[in-house]
Ligand binder design. Structure first.
Ligand SMILES: O=C1O[C@H](COP(=O)(O)O)[C@@H](O)[C@H](O)[C@H]1O
Length: 230
């Protein structure tokens, strides 16, 4: 297990420090390789981070942004992670970034997998930075422990980059990057706020199986930096 924790006294302090680290990583990626890639998560946790990042000085026209997972809803829907990213991150100075979405026009996520994988394949990899979130059930990206697809999503030998997921304890069909696709990242962050999420992570890392708490599958295989504030 390789988890390094950076704790902050407030969500605002976390946001500022995290944004600065991401800018440094992405700038370094641009300097070394000409472009940089950032994989973000949806949900509520990254909202302030997205807003702060969107105002950061960076050669955003050389940055590719995509999502670790998406709810299979129209972009106009409040639950759309794409909408969240467009309205909060792909704004201001970051409005010129190349945002690659996972959602396709197919009505079923299973039918959109091929197209989504082709889009991701066009991005330079390994990704420079991956920001994961985590749900109270230990899911990360949309690798839900309650879903029939969790084992396939965690399969390191599947050869798949994306998977369609139907959670039974959360709304909406999903598309998610698979575990091997997520791990194909130079810098992996887990972004959590609040005591209860920290407790979930501590419990998960003290004996749960990867299928029970998919976040452990990431921490078991790669260096992960936990960015946490109360
Ligand atoms: O459904 C999702 O949940 C997780 C956690 O979201 P949060 O609202 O608790 O921050 C998120 O990481 C994932 O991208 C999202 O689709």
């Amino acid at each position: 297990m390789a988890l390094t924790t950076q704790s902050f006294e407030s969500p605002q302090a976390l946001t500022e420090a995290f944004a600065a680290q991401l800018v440094s990583i992405l700038s370094d990626g641009i300097a070394k390789r000409g472009r940089a890639s950032l994989v973000v998560s949806g949900g509520r946790t990254p909202l302030a981070l997205f807003q702060t990042l969107s105002n950061a000085d960076l050669e955003w026209d050389k940055v590719d942004v995509t999502l670790a997972d998406e709810r299979w809803v129209d972009e106009a829907d409040d639950a759309s992670n794409t909408r969240l990213v467009r309205e909060n991150l792909i704004q201001n100075k970051a409005s010129v970034a190349n945002f690659v979405t996972l959602k396709t026009d197919h009505s079923d996520a299973k039918d959109g997998i091929g197209e989504a994988e082709s889009r991701v394949a066009n991005l330079a990899q390994p990704f420079d930075a991956l920001i994961l979130g985590m749900g109270e059930d230990g899911h990360t990206a949309s690798l839900f422990p309650c879903s029939e697809q969790v084992e396939a999503g965690l399969d390191m030998d599947s050869g798949r980059v994306c998977i369609a997921v139907q959670p039974t304890t959360a709304p909406h069909q999903r598309i998610s990057l698979t575990l091997p696709a997520l791990l194909n990242s130079r810098n992996i962050f887990l972004h959590l706020t609040g005591e209860s999420k920290k407790d979930v992570l501590t419990d998960a890392l003290s004996g749960a199986t990867e299928v029970q708490k998919p976040i452990t599958a990431v921490v078991n295989r790669a260096p992960v930096t936990l960015m946490w504030a109360p």
